[in-house]
Design a binder for this molecule. Structure first.
Ligand code: 8X3
Length: 251
């Protein structure tokens, strides 16, 4: 019997990360599931009958990321698929009415944590001559919108980092993919961003948004493609959304 492949999914306690973890286990993977919230991870571990290795890891803490990766049990070290899912948006107010600590936190988690973790995982993939690195970017990394400021900038970084990673890894069998979703409901994203459940609900009013299942399904398809096929980036929106948004100020 072929050996079970190993994936590492960050931000696995809820939303996209939880759904991706469940989907990968259904696809036959063993999953290292990382997140900040221990109880949620333990609950997920029970639901998935030991097919996951739950680890508390804060993506804003680079020392912790290093410690977790360097102390993985031997049987969990050969990671085939890394899903850089953890990330957050904080605030929607336009510049200059923003919170600098919120900006720092987004950069620390969405950018610094992501590049540190990726760097720590790549050398093993290169040694084993296989691996696939996926990151959750966003349409906010391509299209600006009012109040998107640093959140959009972190996602633009992720897009460019992933394209550059693919370029640096040219000539190796490692695959690299950036997933760029638009409006997506049923997760904690807007509650975290707005800190107000009523306002968070209004974001999705009258829409039929993407779901975490749609994202997990897409990732399952991309990693299941033949090993010579690389999806560099994939932009996803619900049918009810369009990218148009160029603005004009009129007197
Ligand atoms: C999530 C999509 O449009 O809310 O990254 O920024 S959006």
């Amino acid at each position: 019997m072929a050996e079970q492949k190993i994936a590492l999914v960050t931000g696995a306690s809820a939303g996209f990360g939880r759904e991706i973890t469940c989907r990968l286990v259904r696809d036959g993977y063993k999953v290292i599931a990382t997140a900040r919230r221990k109880e949620k991870l333990e609950q997920l571990a029970q639901e998935l009958f030991g097919n996951i290795y739950p680890v508390v890891m804060d993506m804003a803490d680079t020392k912790e990321i290093e410690r977790v990766i360097q102390t993985l049990p031997t049987e969990w070290q050969d990671i085939d698929v890394l899903v850089n899912n953890a990330g957050l948006a904080l605030g929607i107010d336009p510049i200059p009415n923003i919170s600098l600590p919120d900006w720092d936190q987004m950069i620390q988690t969405n950018v610094i944590g992501l590049i540190h973790l990726t760097q720590l995982i790549i050398s093993g993939m290169l040694k084993r001559k296989k691996g696939h690195i996926l990151s959750l970017g966003s349409i906010a990394g391509t299209y600006p919108y009012p109040g998107g400021n640093v959140y959009g900038a972190t996602k633009a970084f992720v897009t460019q980092f992933m394209l550059n990673l693919k370029t640096d890894l040219l000539g190796t069998p490692i695959r690299v993919t950036n997933i760029e979703p638009g409006l997506c409901g049923g997760t904690e994203f807007s509650e975290v961003r707005l800190q107000d459940s009523q306002k968070a609900k209004e974001v999705y009013k009258g829409t039929n948004p993407l779901t975490a299942e749609d994202i997990a399904e897409t990732i399952s398809w991309i990693i299941g493609l033949p090993p010579h096929v690389n999806i560099n980036r994939i932009e996803m929106m619900p049918v009810c959304q369009a990218p148009a948004g160029v603005a004009v100020a009129r007197e």
